[in-house]
Ligand binder design. Sequence first.
Ligand code: ZN
Length: 748
Amino acid sequence: MDFQPYIPGMLPAEPGPLARFTPPLEEGVISTWLPLHAPKGSWVLDPFGFSSRLVIEAARTGYRVLVTVNNPITRFLLEMSANPPAETDFKAAFADLAAVKKGEERLGAHLQSLYLTPCEKCGSEIYADSFLWRKGAEVPYARVYTCPNCEDAGERVVTPQDTEKAKQIAATDALHRSRAFERVAALEDGDRVYAEEAIEHYLPRPLYFLTTIINRLDSLNLTPERRRALNALILVACDAGNTLWDHPSGRRRPKQLNVPAQFREHNLWIQLERGLSQWTETASSVLVEAWPQRLPESGGICIYEGRLKDLAEEVKKAIPIKAVIGSLPRPNQAFWTLSALWAGWLWGREAVEPYKPALRRRRYDWAWNATASNATFTHLFGLCHLGTPFFGLLSEPEPAFLTSALTAASAAGFDLKSIALRTEHDPIQLLWTCGEHLKRQPNAAELEEVREAIFAHLVERGEPASYLHVHAAGLVALVKSHALKQNNQEFDEALRSTQSLIQTALEEDPRFVHYSNGESVDTGLWGLGEAPGDGAPPAGTSQPESLSDRVEIAIVTFLQKHPNSIYREIEQDLYPRFPGLLTPSMGMIYAVLSSYAQKENGEWKLRPEDVAAERRNELTRITRLIEAIGKRLGYTTRKQEKNYLWEQNGRVERTFYILASALLGRALAETSYPLTQTIIVIPGGRAALAAYKAQRDPSLASRIKEVQIVKYRLLRTLIELPVLTRETFEEQIAGDPLEKSKSQLMMF
Ligand SMILES: [Zn+2]
């Protein structure tokens, strides 16, 4: 396998509508990858249609993107983001809606009045931003507002008026609720019960709000563009209106329809207004066509609403697919069920029909996911030529998700070429190619291969790794030997046996050490045990310097050669040096940067004291200090390789190792004296980086416990003391802990 460098991107400034349900992908990744693998203007296929961002970015880069989408809400998101109505259309549609008559009132005023509440301080009637509820309660327990009159703001206990209002709306709830079902499923429909259950995730007030608007949609005389704009605003309100907004906010990306113990009921009128800013895009629009319309060579998006299987034959005949891209599907019962509901509300029952199975299914486990993905991969295999590259992004990665995706692809005939993994918070970047059309004979799963692959990864890393990393290393070994799934196995069985194989490999091998507070194999970190002795590498290996030490060296070397670099340039230099599973985290990069460099106008350069020549002078000065202090304490100083020794009567009493860096691992390896005698001297500016490294590497943390680490400035202070004894020296160095200078660095 040829591990590719991770392609860096940027998280979008605006997460966009329904962001808690769409894959959190970085921008700039697919536009970097595609031109390296397919000429501009060629056809690219996204068989999953999970991320509209991905598809739009590919189209903007100049590709013709064919995408299959079977979720009507995802399709709407894609069309809207590619080609949003003008801001004036949004505003006009919103104004029209607000102006509709509702009895004697205007609809806007009526709907806003649902959220009126008295200010606790000045008593004026104001609009609450939200109400707070406890699960199962009949009325809210608190309201959140900002009073425009007296500026009183925050969470306040509900008043009798708030309680009364909630009860009033609840009294007519049955009627609105049944209207809401009917737009999704007919009375006699067997699926009605599922629609009813899904609608349970709406409180009476938001349900009244939404159905009141939806029932007026058809009577509003809007142009198609304005109708589209209004639908987009309502969709934002549909999501804001359910009970999946826990308070205080914790579960930011719901996967299941579970009512939180405490949740927030948003003021939906305010949400409609906010929707205006969420949808208006500044970027140029992208051509969108519906299959079987074709696209010009300049690029665009062609949407096929349905499943790949129905499309495969036609595509094979008519369209040469040069590359496949996709955000790999991750089961989301909450989003899929709500999508069916919202499609019915916005477009009526016919729109729900093809997507109705989503209403019925409650549990989506990884075996289900693997089976469904495998079906897609198999159809894909049928329409791709040998060697067609497939760039897959696996967002919110977790071990079971990765196993599922790799097993599904491998069983369909795709060869894994690369896997680039940064942290469990970033999408994994996978590269497959369409393999040979031959029946593969899967090998029996080999425990030994998994074990050696994990061992090799940990040796290469030189420091402990997360479970996700070692799991990925194990999977790669199984992919190589086609051992993820046997021909006669179901996916659930295959996934289970892979999981237990990797678990056994880790747990039953004495070379592996688990750093974890929990019992479970997938918590904490996995590393290699240490051979007895002083920080020596594990027996039988030549362990390279730790990943974080190598990253530190690489960044400093780069900045010496390229002062005034922006962060992206640093990443672009770094990632190819540490490809695949070694990709350094942003936390690590920033820890090194903030130790060595300063940022001006977005550009990083080494601090004046960290320029190489200045550091060398400083090292000489520190050496002299050690000699001078030693002399005052009655020691002679002698240099032995990289150590400075304090000796008395020919006996070594103390040894010093001077660092200009935070390469503690190197210092430990190059100290051949007992660690309890050893003092490692580092610049004060390196202390936070050293502490960061110890924090993310429990093996390093335990090794440096035995040595003393002191900062340059302590030695400078000591030499100034009028009276210096061996006792004061020992007291002073013991009182200079690393942790004191710990700054707020990102942990990973
Ligand atoms: Zn007030």
